[in-house]
Design a binder for this molecule. Structure first.
Ligand code: XIL
Length: 389
């Protein structure tokens, strides 16, 4: 009997795997990622990308991208620029496009010191007043999107590089409790009600950068998960840790080291069980000003190095069960935030400005194709074994 149900489970697994494999006709990043056992491969997208036809051919292709993150339009300065006046026009356009394409949505972001409207950052708040402002903002935004968000980045970039909590109007006014408070408010606002089940509620994430490269900061993020888990604030829980992965060529850790970091987070309990992990904003910039770049100097070398590092990051997600997916922070250099933000750095994406596929794209695709193929053959072997006996 046990053998029959095991065989049935494997047939189901094989059939759903085969379905995933059928989606790989286009052999894209997302369909192969799914066939390799993950939930998604995604990209950031913004309203200024919606009318770019060449961009949309790729962004709307679900074989390539099965998850969309609004790059800026869900941030506080856009959704509530003036106290109590909410605007969802921009983010709704991005969300509607994702929905029309059958893509999931990662929602980004709620409590963050940056891209905050000045009414929040410069207000003379008492703790009670700021608690009310934060509660109203998070509740309204989270309720507006409801179950359309696969996940919310609830608290973003709360850490300094040494792992301590970053100075902000939230920390100064409310102390560290602003973090569990944010998670509790997001949990209540996204609760679909009794009977709906945990599967229908957005996953609540802590999201930050340099967690891949800085152990002190990674420990700080682990401390945030424990802070939320141990909080006395009712309903506070954290479901996931997002590693932004804004990386630089020649400074990316190895696949094994990255997998170890992911496993470290995945061992944590966020109050409702073990947390999941994801790469949420991946890009790997080339810095032509550094000695390493000068040593490589050949464009060829740098692009090959970048390709290997992209494969290391995506590969580390494949290596860790708790890693659900990878999102790139734009897929084309045409819209990358890197050159404007980090002078001297650039060329950080999988596609060129003209939408040509780079070596990095090819290396990720090859990696995923191989991972999908070996998962399928493993399931097939197990099934043949069970049918034989
Ligand atoms: C960036 C956007 O890409 C830019 O367009 C904007 O000017 C600034 O913000 N961490 C985050 C993202 O969580 O929201 C940031 O996005 C990049 C760093």
């Amino acid at each position: 009997m046990a053998r029959v149900s095991l065989a049935l489970a494997l047939i189901f697994n094989l059939v759903s795997g085969a379905t995933a494999q059928n989606q790989t006709k286009g052999d894209g990043l997302h369909s192969l990622m799914v066939a390799a056992g993950k939930l998604y491969f995604g990209t950031a997208m913004e309203t200024n990308n919606l009318d770019d036809a060449a961009y949309q051919v790729i962004a709307s292709n679900k074989n390539e991208f099965g998850m969309i993150t609004p790059e800026n339009s869900q941030k506080w300065e856009v959704t509530e620029p003036t106290q109590g006046e909410f605007s969802f026009t921009q983010a709704d356009q991005v969300a509607a496009r994702a929905k029309a394409n059958g893509q999931l949505l990662r929602c980004h972001t709620l409590t963050w010191h940056s891209q905050l409207p000045s009414f929040v950052s410069t207000g003379a708040w008492t703790p009670e007043m700021l608690t009310a402002v934060l509660t109203a903002h998070l509740t309204t935004v989270v309720q507006h999107y409801g179950g359309q968000c696969y996940a919310w980045d609830v608290v973003n970039e709360a850490l300094n590089e040494d792992g301590s909590l970053r100075e902000s109007v939230f920390l100064t006014t409310l102390g560290p409790d602003y973090i569990p408070l944010s998670f509790a408010v997001a949990a209540r606002a996204s609760d679909p009600g009794p009977g709906a089940g945990a599967a229908n509620r957005p996953k609540l994430y802590y999201n930050d950068f340099n967690l891949e490269t800085n152990p002190a900061k990674a420990e700080g993020a682990a401390a945030i998960v424990r802070l939320v888990r141990d909080s006395q604030i009712p309903d506070a829980r954290v479901d996931g840790v997002g590693l932004q992965a804004h990386l630089t060529v020649s400074q990316t850790p190895s696949r094994a080291d990255l997998a170890a970091i992911l496993r470290g987070f995945a061992a944590l309990d966020g109050g409702a069980g073990r947390v999941e992990v994801a790469y949420t904003e991946l890009d790997i910039a080339i810095d032509r000003g550094t000695a390493t770049a000068a040593a490589h100097n050949q464009t060829q070398d740098l692009e090959e190095q970048q390709a290997a590092e992209y494969a290391a990051v995506v590969g580390s997600c494949l290596d860790v069960d708790a890693c659900v997916g990878v999102t790139v922070w734009q897929f084309t250099d045409k819209y990358s935030w890197v050159p404007a933000t980090f002078p001297g750095k650039g060329e950080a994406c999988l596609f060129t400005e003209n939408f040509g596929k780079k070596k990095a794209y090819e290396s990720v695709l090859t990696l995923l194709r191989e991972a999908a193929r070996s998962r399928m053959s493993l399931i097939g072997r197990r099934l043949r074994y069970l049918c034989h006996y």
